[in-house]
Each structure stands twice: as structure tokens, then as C-alpha cells.
Design a protein around this ligand. Structure first.
Ligand SMILES: Cc1cc2nc3c(=O)[nH]c(=O)nc-3n(C[C@H](O)[C@H](O)[C@H](O)COP(=O)(O)OP(=O)(O)OC[C@H]3O[C@@H](n4cnc5c(N)ncnc54)[C@H](O)[C@@H]3O)c2cc1C
Length: 396
């Protein structure tokens, strides 16, 4: 018998909304349950990689994202004295993607765009102020249990409810890993760094043994990210003096930049023990979290959602065996551990390398990667997560 109940998606963040859009595209009914009063307005992520844009294009969202975002064709690595270690042009990936660039666009724009695309579609429904407190797998269907005790029935349930996932906890799935001692401070300013740093690319990582940072342009503002030592109090971080001191490190002698937003994040590396338990499935931050160096968390979450829905749709239509959901776990959990966790940890360790030898070795690897088009192509396949998708496709 084909399933008649909707798939339940918990969380209207970017990953939940991508899962919903992919389900609707497959002709399946979906109910999204979101604890907030409206669609997620988080600024956090702003980097969208090429294959993610290809996927969003298939869902009808990429063109509007590009319209509201900023194309970053160049990736730069610099030293604190502003000398360029290496520079890469994503245009070289035109043979493997329809979107050979990095798109800089805040994540709330994606959730809004998807919501606008979905809200009047037959089969789509969303409930706001619907915090899921638990869920039950009955074997032939699922139930989400809201805070007030209301039960909502579905065929399968996708937990896309972020790092503190209630679904993951209800399914009793471990979330092992570690938390970095330092926190990451994101400061936004309308000051145009490109006006004082010659040749500055829209995405520039600064390697420095004392304090790494990066600069990244989104429409209207530059975002800068700095590590903050564990012993510095939150109160101190939130002062103007603290921001001024961080910004003063970007360009010697230029100290004052108006701060538009400042947010301090605790950063973790954790992966759920499984992404699949019976009819309960995990995707996005509910399944894995990592540091933001390389912009891989949300992108990986979108890759989860697309992979999962491809399989789940076949299972629901009776064309694929339920074992395909284990395949989802093997593929996506596999590359989360092998690629995303490993790469983001390496990215951080490279930028912060403490000894001159380690900094030199990192800089030499970058220079080598940038030295010939074939090497740059190979390097960017990793950076833009195309390699992780190719690897996932190989996992049986
Ligand atoms: C500073 C920073 C920068 C980053 N930059 C990037 C980047 O450039 N590129 C990148 O790929 N990633 C980046 N990330 C990671 C990215 O922000 C996350 O991976 C992404 O938000 C995950 O999306 P999600 O939909 O899985 O979860 P979330 O965005 O956390 O959304 C979860 C949703 O579920 C809802 N919810 C939570 N609990 C419940 C419940 N019990 N019931 C119902 N609803 C619930 C929430 O309200 C929310 O709407 C960054 C992270 C940080 C901290």
C-alpha cells in the first residue's frame, strides 16, 4: 500500500526546508513543524558551494539566491602582512558544475526563498510555534509529539531541528565529539576592506600563528571571524573596545570600523552515531556539526537532505527497499566523518599553525596547489565539496 500520511520534517531551517522542497518535487506530501513563530531568520552561514547551488537550482531556488547574494569567484589565502600566499579561481570548475563560484548569501535568504516557493504548493503544510518534544516510531508510521502533548502522525520523520535536536535525543542517538575551547566571534561592518587592501578577494583566509581570521563579503557588509580565547568573558567580547582591537589586526594603523552585528559562537565537532533509526532520520546540524572554516556545515546538510529524499521517495513509493535508508546513513555519515569533519579540523589547524615550520609547510602546500591549473582544479574539488559528493556516490 502506498503511504498516505505526510512525511514530517522537524525544523524549518535551511536543511528542513530543502528536504521539504525535495519531497514536494517528488510529489510527496510533507508537514514541516517549526518551533519558531516564523521561518528561520538565522544569519550564520553565508557560503554556498558549487554543487549545493546545482542542487538548489534543481529545486528552483538558485537563481533567486544568486540574485540576492554575491558571486565570489576567487578564494585567497593571505598572511597578516597582507601578502598573498595563494589564490584560486573557481571558474576552473566550469567543467564539473553549472555554478563555478562560491555564493555569499546569508542562510535566512534560502529559507525565505524556499518558503515562498513552497507555501502554496499542494501537499505542503507548515506549522509554526510547533516545538517537537518527542517522537515515536510505530513501525508502520511515526508520530511527532509537540510540547503541549498534541500528536501529529506521519509516514517517516526527518529531524532537521539543529544541533540540539529533540528528534536525535528522542531516538536516543549519541552525538559524540568535542567542543573547541575558543569561541568564534563574527563581526559585520559596512566598512569596505577592499578599499584599503589592494586586490582583496571576496573570500580571504588569513593564516597567522598568533591569531588567524578571515574576511568574507556578503551583500552590503564584510563579515570578519576571529577566534576568542576561553579565558575572555562574554561581556568583554561584546564591548566596542574588543571589536576595535580585533579589527585593528586586519590592517596595521587602521583601527576603527563601525560594527553592524556581532555574534559569538561556541564551536563543536560532533557526528550522530547514526543518521537513521527505523522511520526516524537525521539531516543537517541534527546529524553533524563542525567549525565554520571552509563553509561546510550547511552545505553538507543540503547534501544530506537531497540524498535522503531521493531514497526515501523510492521507499515510500514502494520502488526501493527500506534498506536504502541504511545506504543514506553509510553514504552521508561516511563522508561527514571522512571529509567534512577531517577537512574543517585541518582548515583550522592550518590557519592557526603555531611553529614557523608548520606555517611554512602549509603555505608551501597552498603555493604548490595554485602553481598549475590541474593542481588548482584538484584542490578546488575538495574545497567546494565535489570530492565528498563523489566519494559518497562510491559508497555502496
Ligand atoms: C558562525 C557560523 C558560520 C557558518 N557559516 C557557514 C557557511 O558559510 N557555510 C555552511 O555550509 N555552514 C556554515 N555554518 C553552519 C550552518 O549555519 C549550519 O550548518 C546550518 O544552520 C544548519 O542548518 P539546519 O537547518 O540543519 O539547522 P538550523 O539552522 O539550526 O535550523 C534548525 C531549525 O529547527 C528549529 N527547531 C529546533 N528545535 C526544534 C524543535 N524541537 N521542534 C521544532 N523545530 C525546532 C529551529 O527553530 C530552526 O528553525 C556556520 C555556522 C556558524 C556558527
Amino acid at each position: 500500500m502506498p503511504e498516505t500520511k505526510p512525511v514530517l520534517v522537524v525544523g524549518a531551517g535551511p536543511v528542513g526546508m530543502v528536504a521539504a522542497a525535495a519531497l514536494i518535487r517528488q510529489g510527496l506530501a510533507v508537514t514541516v513543524l517549526e518551533s519558531g513563530p516564523t521561518i528561520s531568520e538565522e544569519m550564520r552561514a553565508s557560503t554556498f558551494h558549487a554543487p549545493t547551488l546545482d542542487m538548489l537550482d534543481d529545486l528552483g531556488a538558485a537563481q533567486e539566491m544568486i540574485h540576492q547574494g554575491l558571486k565570489g569567484p576567487i578564494l585567497q589565502y593571505r598572511r597578516r602582512d597582507q601578502s598573498v600566499i595563494a589564490q584560486f579561481d573557481f571558474g576552473i570548475l566550469a567543467d564539473v558544475t553549472r555554478h563555478p563560484f562560491r555564493l555569499q548569501c546569508e542562510q535566512f535568504k534560502l529559507t525565505r526563498i524556499l518558503y515562498a516557493l513552497l507555501k502554496d504548493k499542494p501537499g505542503f503544510s507548515i506549522r509554526f510555534n510547533a516545538r517537537v518534544a518527542g517522537c515515536t516510531d510505530h513501525g508502520d508510521g511515526v508520530e511527532a509529539i509537540l510540547e503541549d502533548g498534541e500528536r501529529i502522525a506521519g509516514s517517516y520523520l526527518i529531524g532537521a531541528d539543529g544541533a540540539r535536536s529533540a528528534v536525535r535525543k528522542a531516538a536516543d542517538i549519541a552525538f559524540d565529539g568535542f567542543t573547541w575551547p575558543e569561541r568564534f566571534l563574527v563581526l559585520s561592518t559596512e566598512f569596505d576592506f577592499a578599499s584599503i587592501i589592494p586586490g582583496l578577494a571576496d573570500v580571504s583566509y588569513y593564516a597567522d600563528p598568533e591569531e588567524w581570521f578571515f574576511l568574507l563579503r556578503v551583500p552590503g557588509v564584510w563579515r570578519a571571524m576571529f577566534p576568542v580565547a576561553a579565558e575572555v568573558s562574554d561581556e568583554e567580547v561584546m564591548t566596542d573596545a574588543f571589536s576595535r582591537a580585533r579589527f585593528a589586526r586586519v590592517v596595521e594603523g587602521h583601527g576603527d570600523y563601525p560594527v553592524k552585528h556581532r555574534t559569538l559562537y561556541r564551536v563543536h565537532q560532533r557526528v550522530a552515531a547514526t543518521f537513521h533509526k527505523g522511520r526516524l532520520l537525521l539531516a543537517g546540524d541534527a546529524a553533524h556539526i563542525n567549525n565554520p572554516l571552509g563553509g561546510m556545515g550547511l552545505n553538507g546538510g543540503v547534501h544530506d537532505a537531497v540524498n535522503l529524499v531521493d531514497k526515501l521517495a523510492g521507499v515510500i513509493r514502494g520502488e526501493l527497499d527500506e534498506a536504502e535508508l541504511d545506504h543514506y546513513d553509510r553514504q552521508r555519515r561516511g563522508v561527514t566523518v571522512e571529509h567534512v569533519q577531517r577537512q574543517t579540523i585541518t582548515n583550522k589547524q592550518n590557519l592557526e599553525a603555531k611553529t614557523p615550520e608548520d606555517q611554512k609547510a602549509f603555505q608551501a602546500r597552498l603555493a604548490e596547489a595554485a602553481s598549475e591549473p590541474a593542481k588548482a582544479h584538484s584542490y578546488l574539488l575538495g574545497v567546494s565539496m565535489i570530492n565528498s559528493l563523489r566519494r559518497a556516490a562510491e559508497i555502496a
